[in-house]
Design a binder for this molecule. Structure first.
Ligand code: ZN
Length: 242
């Protein structure tokens, strides 16, 4: 239904929306290196775009809170511009934000997270479990994850074809297309490297903070991916509402 930006609401209007059953959405991203062709804000841009698409299709009004733009992001830490928080700080920050939103009367809060570093997503799930009424959609899981492509599941969902396509669909002005087209494909099993003990993108073999094949990205593919992610996010929220 209608999307309300929490930054532009008065408190009585916020209360009225919460009492009428509006769902609060909290976009979560990071400030993190995403290859030489994308900005540090990629995860935030994607999370906010998913919130817009969810709000347009959800059966309730949505209040979108200001995004969380800092995260635990140890893998990109060696690259300038990346700001990483330790797990305890990140967990406390998220738990505090969610407690505040729920305290305002919202019965359902969905955390729309698009910083996919495993340790960070664990923190997001921990924070979600600690606060009543919070749902944490996770599009990595079946059935959606495998539909997002081989690169997403095996090659690395970081600044490759997957994320670059999403950015071409959501914010093409933020993509350096010439740089994108010049990048050779990097066929590295990022999840496998992480499981094998690599501690950052350099140790995984990603000297430029990207993996996969950004040069193959298209806006059309980004649209298709957004639809799949939005479907999964909506299903998770709708099931929490029923
Ligand atoms: Zn990302």
């Amino acid at each position: 239904m209608t999307l309300f930006d929490a930054r532009h609401l008065s408190w009585p209007k916020t209360r009225a929306l919460a009492q009428a059953g509006a769902v609060a959405l909290l976009p979560v991203g990071s400030t993190e290196a995403h290859g030489p062709h994308l900005p540090l804000s990629v995860d935030v841009v994607i999370a906010e775009e998913v919130c817009r698409r969810v709000a347009a299709r959800l059966s309730r009004d949505c209040v979108v809170f200001p995004p969380v733009t800092y995260a635990l992001t140890d893998f990109a830490a060696p690259f300038p511009g990346t700001v990483t928080l330790n797990a305890d700080v990140a967990r406390q920050m998220l738990t505090g934000i969610l407690t505040g939103i729920v305290g305002g009367g919202f019965q359902t809060v969905a955390v729309v997270n698009h910083h996919l570093e495993p340790a960070h997503f664990r923190v997001v799930h921990d924070a979600g479990k600690a606060v009543k009424g919070v749902v944490v959609p996770d599009h990595r899981r079946a059935p959606t994850g495998p539909l997002l492509g081989h690169e997403f599941m095996h090659g690395g969902s970081h600044a490759g074809r997957y994320e670059t396509s999403l950015m071409l669909a959501a914010a093409p002005h933020l993509v350096d297309v010439a740089a994108m087209k010049s990048l050779p494909a990097l066929e590295i099993d990022l999840p496998g490297a992480i499981k094998g003990g690599a501690k950052n993108f350099l140790e995984c073999g990603g000297a430029d903070a990207y993996f996969g094949a950004p040069a193959e990205a298209t806006a059309e593919e980004g649209e298709r991916l957004f639809t799949l992610i939005t479907d999964a996010t909506l299903a998770s929220i709708e099931s929490a509402l029923s």
